[in-house]
Ligand binder design. Sequence first.
Ligand code: PLP
Length: 373
Amino acid sequence: MEMFDVYPLYPIEPVKALGSKLWDKNGAEYLDLYGGHAVISIGHSHPTYVKNVTEQLNKIGFYSNAVQNSLQGELALKLGQISGYYDYNLFLCSTGAEANENALKLASFHTGRKKIIAVENAFHGRTSGAVAATHNPKIIAPYNADHEVEFVPLNDCEALELAFNDEVAGFIIEPIQGVAGLFEATSQFLQKAQDLCEQHDAVFILDEVQSGAGRTGKFFAHQYANIRPDIITLAKGMGNGFPVASVLINPKLEPWHGMLGTTFGGNHLACAAGLSVLEVLAEEGLMKNATEMGAYIVEQLGDINAVKEIRGKGLMVGAAFDFPVAELRKKLLFEHHIFTGSAADKQTLRLLPSLAVTQEELDQFFDALKKEL
Ligand code: PLP
């Protein structure tokens, strides 16, 4: 059997990693400023993470959600403390798309409606058919099997108001559009969305799959705006490489047995990974580092004429050029051994380093970037 060929691959195979560094199978060293789409939050193979996950594996790695697992309660408690959402409830799953599916399903269960409003160029995941093809009225009601989605332009308050009515189950938005090119929702737009959701009894959903887990300097990026969404989804950086995802749910949305479910979500290893990330984030002050290193990146990019626009917050940064960045990224990778990312607009260089990245490591990138420009 061969792999189903859906990913264009660089001819590099990392076999070892530590912090922001990777080594390929020939022993060559690389600087990772992308972390596999914002997954690496506390740094590759962090010793606390490796120790805790290994110890957990030596005890028990997995048993189903049919039995008690106190690690889940511990994770819910710590997640509440670090995010400030003490009173919210937690549903654990494994991927960002799964977290968003569950958020949309909850919005429909809560309202009995199926219309969703989303933002143009948004990216919320790659699932669709499984819910539609599940025929079990106890867990998939007609109103959450086939959502009708209306898209509005980002930050267009008027269009948003026009799209809203009493048929709307929920509104979903990324506070910073990761895949599209680091375009940020304004506080005004987010507040307007919250008001409209309240007015129409719809569910306000923030997709923090990429922007959460401290990446922007606050635990959630939406915490820069004065809002409190009904549901927040989180994945990538929460597990630092282990598939862990969360749905944080306002207690006004009431659960019942069988309402949501998943095989792998909240397993023992996933909880150990999630707990280790939260422990290291707090102990090493990584959100503060994200703010400081983010400001340093913005300052340095600001001195480069070829950079036309700088977008994002903290360590979720986009540098927009007036040319496609594919060649530049290849040069950074093959000539300077630095991993970076791009965005759907093709002209934005996307930086999503570990939240523990150092100024010295960033200087290595800026030296290389200036040379290539
Ligand atoms: N939401 C956002 C904002 C994302 O960036 C992504 C992945 O890039 C997803 C959802 C989907 O996450 P996953 O690939 O874990 O399903």
